[in-house]
Design a protein around this ligand. Structure first.
Ligand code: HEM
Length: 513
């Protein structure tokens, strides 16, 4: 399954906007005591159907950003008996989701995805609780900053293999980049080496991740609003309301169990490669296999498509801006020299490349509305009531393209983050792009490292341009996105050539090391 077709339903980001798009809307009813406080502004709801017709079906984050000019940075919508607050500014997101995270760390619940298909195992769909805290701890300990150097060798090896694959078939560069990211994920999670893009475990994982598609627009199913309907057996007349494409549940179960069971077998045989799953199984001593299995699957389902999106944004923008590419390469040549490929030890001496990575995370806004949060109690903020059970959409796209914070936001300009010589770098986009508070992305640093080594190796080794016109000039790169809950820049044909005579030998030698 091609990832691009899967992105709209990545379970990590369960098409949150669909909440506002579905049938059976009911305008939220407020108790008289709450009515004393005003709700934040927003488009006027219609009787019965609330704001359902107001919410655009495509790239709603862009429209929400525009609405900000009319309603401000907090926009309230009435949908399906579930109120929704769109937050357009980072300052408000920090105030609510970080500083008041005790009230803002639940998740909205979607019965079709969670109960009927089976995604309730996923930390992303769990309310803040002892269970979710425990699972976050598993991930936080394994992906803690101090442990990240342990994973450098895997990330470097996979990046080197990617360079070889691109040398062999430059036209298939996207699959080489994808195999590289999948290779890192599978090795770190299950100790499984991905040798080719046709790897069996990747096929199982992709099919598993794709099962969330069966939820359609999450919220588009009646079980999302009448959750007890999920208990009706499939044979019961009318149970078609929750019928799934054949194989959906099985594919999800295979994704959860096949790689996990293999690790267990290898552990029993003493042949397991140390990885997330072995470490957590040893640590939990059979007391929480479900938590280990679920969080292991989340490393793939939550981390793959998002990391790919960020890498492809950086790749596309660097190719689209030849001067930026030349600057990256000049910096790499100076620091790395001509006799080896880049390594993590070079990173502190490559400040411009770091600015490019940060700017790609900003510009691409991979997860434009993050993963929705939900309030566990009523709150009052800036004089407005934010009722209990309000779904909070942090509009990261609007925050990362906020002209008050990032002047000329549509321009890809890594210089915004340069330090020194009297400069004041603009707000670090990593504080926004990975979410907020108690639910902040636990994979943010490992994701950035995979992105960094991939881009460093790619542009150290290759000069990359877009297709040429008849006069031999590069054609402009299409900078449009496929707009899903994980956004991807559109694929384009690139011309990829080794930069120096010696580069081919370096790449081939890198693969053998
Ligand atoms: C560039 C890559 C990535 C981006 C942009 C990204 C973004 C995000 C965002 C915005 C959230 C929601 C945070 C919130 O609720 O406020 C999130 C949650 C999460 N991410 Fe990532 N992520 C990336 C990579 C990864 C990786 C590599 C992993 C696994 C190692 C991962 C695992 C998770 C998990 C498990 C959650 C749910 C946390 C929870 O619900 O408590 N992500 N991510």
């Amino acid at each position: 399954m091609n990832t691009e077709t899967v992105t709209s339903y990545i379970p990590h980001l369960p098409t949150p906007l669909a909440v506002a798009l579905c049938a059976l809307p009911v305008v939220y009813a407020y108790t008289s005591s709450r009515q004393k406080k005003a709700l934040p502004p927003g488009p006027k709801p219609l009787p019965l159907i609330g704001n359902v017709l107001d919410v655009p079906r495509e790239a709603a984050w862009k429209v929400f950003k525009e609405w900000g000019h009319q309603y401000g940075d907090m926009i309230f919508l009435h949908t399906l008996g579930k109120p929704m607050l769109i937050v357009n500014s980072a300052d408000i997101a920090f105030d609510l989701l970080d500083k008041r995270s005790g009230l803002y760390s639940f998740r909205p619940q979607f019965a079709m995805a969670n109960e009927v298909i089976g995604w309730k195992f996923s930390l992303t769909s769990m309310d803040y609780s002892e269970k979710s805290k425990r699972q976050r701890k598993y991930m936080a300990s394994y992906f803690a900053k101090a442990r990240l150097p342990d994973y450098y060798p895997v990330q470097v090896r996979e990046a080197h293999q990617m360079l070889n694959e691109i040398l062999d078939d430059p036209n298939d560069y996207r699959n080489a980049i994808r195999r590289n990211a999948a290779g890192v994920t599978m090795m770190i999670t299950y100790g499984h080496r991905v040798k080719s893009k046709d790897d069996e475990f990747i096929a199982i994982a992709d099919k598993g991740v794709a099962t969330i598609e069966a939820a359609g627009a999450v919220g588009a199913h009646i079980v999302d609003f009448v959750p007890w309907l999920r208990f009706i057996p499939d044979w019961f007349p009318g149970a078609g309301i929750k019928r799934l494409p054949p194989g959906t549940r099985e594919n999800l179960q295979a994704f959860l169990h096949v790689p996990f069971d293999q690790v267990k077998k290898r552990m029993a045989a003493g042949t397991a490669i140390p990885c997330y799953t072995t470490k957590l199984l040893e640590q939990t001593k059979g007391q929480d296999d479900e938590g280990v299995l679920g969080t292991a699957a989340l490393v793939y389902s939550g981390g793959m498509d998002t990391t790919m999106s960020a890498i492809f944004t950086a790749f596309t923008l660097i190719v689209a801006n030849p001067l930026i590419q030349a600057r990256i390469q000049a910096e790499l040549d100076l620091v790395v020299g001509k006799d080896r490929l880049p390594d993590f030890s070079d990173r502190p001496r490559l400040p411009y490349l770091q600015c490019v990575i940060s700017e790609a995370l900003r510009w691409g806004a991979s997860t434009p509305v993050g993963v929705p949060h939900r309030t566990s109690q009523d709150d009052v903020y800036r004089g407005y009531l934010i009722p209990k059970d309000t779904t909070i959409l942090a509009n990261q796209y609007a925050m990362l393209h906020d002209e008050r914070v990032y002047p000329d936001p549509a321009r890809f300009n890594p210089d915004r983050f340069l330090e020194g010589e009297g400069r004041t770098p603009q707000q670090d986009p990593r504080d926004i792009a990975f979410g907020f508070g108690r639910r902040i992305c636990p994979g943010k640093d490992i994701a950035e490292n995979t992105m960094w080594i991939t881009i460093a190796c790619m542009f150290y080794a290759f000069k990359i341009t877009s297709e040429l016109d008849k006069e031999g000039n590069p054609l402009p790169v299409d900078l449009e996105y496929e707009e899903f809950s994980v956004r991807h820049p559109k694929p384009f044909k690139a011309i990829i050539k080794p930069r120096h005579d010696t580069t081919v030998d370096l790449i081939r030698a890198g693969n053998e090391a």
